[in-house]
Design a protein around this ligand. Sequence first.
Ligand code: DC
Length: 231
Amino acid sequence: MNRNSARIPVIAIDGPSGSGKGTIARRVAAVLGMHLLDSGALYRLVALSVSRQGKSGGTAAELAKIAATMNVRFGIDAAGDEEIWLDGDEVSGAVRTEECGRLASEVAAIPAVREALLALQQSFRKAPGLVADGRDMGTTVFPDATLKIFLTAGAEERARRRHKQLKDKGIDVSLAALSRDIEDRDRRDSERSVAPLRPAADARLLDSSNLTINEVTRTILDWVESIELRE
Ligand code: DC
């Protein structure tokens, strides 16, 4: 990171699966006219790359090489929906499956993979600012972020939200299986030795269990207003 990019504001939104980070980060970025980093998508893309190469895994070095060399592009289609391109293919549907999320959580526990994705994540820090969504945005990737938020919600509520999201997409998964999956992923993401899921010491905690998307967005925008985002 050079001196100039260090001045560009970053709003780090970290938290567990299903806390609503993705939706909230997208809204906050849109309102503020800032760039968006969906760091979870990068781990999902590594996982997808691995499975597309017909492998069930690989050595840490092989996985890190995939992370360092995959060609990734984020965009928006004509209808305003997210597009994610991996090595020339549009994969936005494939990266959002539960299976890909599970694999992503496994590759994300490998230090060499995290290291390989660090510079790529930091390269999203561009003027006028960045909203970064993930698990370690405030602790590791952008430790100097202007505003750090740790967004959470009870495990049951998170499973319920995810269930509804999948149902809306026509995907039928049992709520009990989803709850188990979410608990497993929470455990893996929180207990790994490198960049575990935990709030930064200077993060503001926000529990969205009983809040609407609008209420969470409003709270964050109020916080943004209350601090000086630019040097
Ligand atoms: O947010 P998500 O569900 O798309 O993330 C997929 C997995 O990637 C998640 O289980 C943990 C991992 N991840 C991570 O370790 N660090 C990040 N900054 C973002 C995601």
